[in-house]
Design a protein around this ligand. Structure first.
Ligand code: GDP
Length: 297
């Protein structure tokens, strides 16, 4: 299929890393996502309203960008992976320094290892008197996560999402890890992406947040996504602004869908509407078949 063809080496350009934050409930995933969102230098000047579209991108002082999946929780991660969508480049594991390793922390470590995604440990809540970051590092060792201080290669950083300390260091470590990964994509081709989340909006109809994997998605593009198809009527970024196009690693809300796709569904731009319907119908058939085959007797 066309979507398995690799882009030629000389078409590849650096792209932003895509980061997922995982960790035990109440260890501060949401707080950290909110704090990191605040590091965006564009947000203020745009004057836009914060839109929760399942992912957001921050532009840093040096103009580089990082994309964060704003869907804390392991279900989204495992669900997408189970569907063959490996969109995450880096996992930030949040561990509360007072609580230490908890069942979902260990679950997150296992998911990350299974996915073969590099991890950065953010030891959160270091503002608390009861914080014990060193104990966290020791406990991590028991789960074969060896941070640098313990002689390993996993980067760790002490943060407080509440007091907003350690954020710059965390960002530096993400950037360092991203450099090692040499993340690149061809922006000059028809777009391919992955659905991060989708819903039926009362006013706007079916809406999906898509992370562009390669190519550039443009208003007017005809596409297939899962068993649905459509033509891009509007693109809305995470600041609520209507934009004309979205390149690699950029999350964007798309309007103009025939129906609501599923998280993890691949999106592919095709040459025309007839082709889009053909592919969508074929896919719907395959999906139907799978359901019938997998149905309990
Ligand atoms: P999540 O369930 O992992 O998304 O955790 P939340 O972000 O909802 O945080 C859970 C609780 O911990 C909330 O009451 C937060 O205010 C608190 N919290 C988060 N980060 C910090 C921190 O750095 N220091 C302190 N003291 N509390 C924090």
């Amino acid at each position: 299929a066309a979507d398995t063809v690799e882009d030629a080496e000389d078409t590849l350009q650096p792209r932003a890393p895509v980061v997922t934050i995982m960790g035990h409930v109440d260890h501060g995933k949401t707080s950290l996502l909110d704090a990191l969102r605040g590091t965006d230098v564009v947000r203020g000047e745009a004057g836009g309203i914060t839109q929760h579209i399942g992912a957001y991108q921050v532009t840093l002082k040096d103009k580089s960008k990082i994309t964060f999946l704003d869907t804390p929780g392991h279900e989204a991660f495992s669900e997408m992976r189970a569907r063959g969508a490996n969109v995450t480049d880096i996992v930030v594991l949040v561990v509360a320094a007072n609580d230490g390793l908890m069942p979902q922390t260990i679950e997150a470590i296992n998911h990350t290892k299974a996915a073969g995604v590099p991890m950065i440990v953010a030891i959160n809540k270091v503002d608390l008197d009861s914080a014990n970051p060193q104990r966290v590092r020791q406990r991590l060792l028991e789960h074969e996560v060896m941070v640098e201080e313990m002689g390993g290669e996993v980067q760790d950083v002490e943060v407080s999402a509440l007091k907003k300390t350690g954020l710059d260091q965390l960002i530096e470590k993400i950037q360092l890890q991203a450099e090692l990964l040499e993340l690149r994509a061809n922006p000059n081709r028809e777009a391919e992406g992955t659905v991060i989340e989708a819903k039926l909006d009362k006013g706007r109809g079916p809406v999906a947040t898509v992370l562009v994997n390669r190519g550039t998605l443009k208003v007017g593009d005809v596409f297939v996504v899962g068993a649905e198809s459509g033509k891009i009527r509007a693109l809305v970024d995470d600041k609520g602004r209507q934009i004309k196009e979205a390149g690699p690693a950029m999350p964007v809300e798309i309007l103009g869908l025939s129906g609501v796709p599923m998280a993890g569904d691949p999106l592919q731009v095709v040459e025309n509407e007839a082709r889009a319907r053909e592919v969508a119908e074929y896919r719907a058939g395959v999906i139907q078949n799978k359901r019938t085959t997998n149905a309990p007797a």
